[in-house]
Design a protein around this ligand. Structure first.
Ligand SMILES: [Zn+2]
Length: 300
């Protein structure tokens, strides 16, 4: 494997400042020079939303990268157009000159450092295993197009290129920067680029032959009242319990009236994005994953 062309993106969501600040730091400190042999494009994903300190202007940019949407020139809104500009700059999706993309995000959920993979290419799992070796507390979350949307084509910016990952770090409020979160994000990127550099020069840094992966199953909606408004909140026992096992009978919500709602599905799930601020407008309370241990083959 020889990967040369990399894109690092921050601010795909305009109110997630950590990635934007890191892009600015990289631009101002000759970051590229530290990574000899790699061509690294640095980009702020949604500059107009950043100006407004909002997640997006018209629609979520990180759901705008399905092929049919990239090809549809009549699709209205700033992000539909911005996705095409990004696709032209670092893509085009399917035959992109950029081989690997790191898209930096933050979350209000207690997810620590989470590496999100959008396809099952072995290189991506090897890369994730290396980052996990360097940052032992990080989590690997796999969300295929099929599991995420039920369709074959992924809507994330990451889907432009075959390799790379979406980085989700939290908990942090939207519209602020925290030194610790910024540093964790920076360390994950450093580990990723170290892996790419090493594999490019023929070193095969495979620290493990198995990897714990949390695979996306589905989202869970908040309880809704007769007027279609959210009628409750995350139960204290679920709050901050991202990646902790959840099973039938565990409390997940308390309604406005004060009733407890418990989880009703059979089996053991691992919730993530618990109480994510960005999903309230979609009435999504959290997502469910299942844990599995993957064999990692050294194909480098
Ligand atoms: Zn985001």
């Amino acid at each position: 494997m020889n990967i040369k062309n990399i894109a690092i993106v921050g601010g795909t969501h305009g109110n997630e400042y950590t990635g934007i600040y890191l892009i600015k730091r990289m631009q101002r400190t000759q970051f590229q020079a530290k990574w000899n042999g790699l061509e690294i494009a640095l980009m702020i994903g949604n500059p107009r939303a950043y100006e407004q300190c909002s997640r997006f202007v018209d629609t979520d940019l990180n759901r705008a990268f399905k092929n049919e949407d990239l090809l549809n020139i009549e699709l209205p809104g700033y992000e539909a157009n911005r996705a095409k500009v990004i696709n032209q700059a670092i893509g085009p999706k399917g035959s992109s000159r950029t081989e690997l993309i790191i898209d930096m995000h933050t979350t209000t959920a207690n997810m620590g450092v989470t590496i999100i993979l959008v396809n099952d290419h072995p290189y991506n799992f090897q890369l994730a295993a290396y980052i996990k070796h360097k940052l032992p507390n990080c989590f690997i979350y796999y969300t295929s197009a099929k599991s995420y949307t039920g369709e074959a084509d992924h809507p994330f910016l990451n889907s432009i290129a075959p390799y790379g990952f979406l980085l989700e770090v939290g908990p942090i409020a939207n519209g602020i920067v925290r030194h610790d979160i910024l540093e964790q994000t920076s360390m994950a990127i450093g580990a990723a680029l170290e892996f790419v550099s090493k594999t490019n020069t023929g070193e095969c840094p495979m620290p493990t032959n198995s990897l714990e992966v949390y695979e996306h199953v589905r989202t869970v909606a908040f309880p809704i009242d007769a007027a279609d408004n959210i009628n409750g909140f995350i139960h204290r026992e679920l709050q901050d319990s991202d990646y902790q096992p959840l099973q039938k009978g565990d409390p997940i919500f308390e309604t406005i009236e004060g009733d407890t709602i418990c989880f009703a599905d059979e089996g053991v799930f691992y919730p993530v994005f618990i109480n994510e601020a960005a999903y309230y407008y979609k009435k999504i309370a959290f997502s469910l994953t299942q844990k599995r241990v993957m064999k990692i083959k050294n194909t480098l």
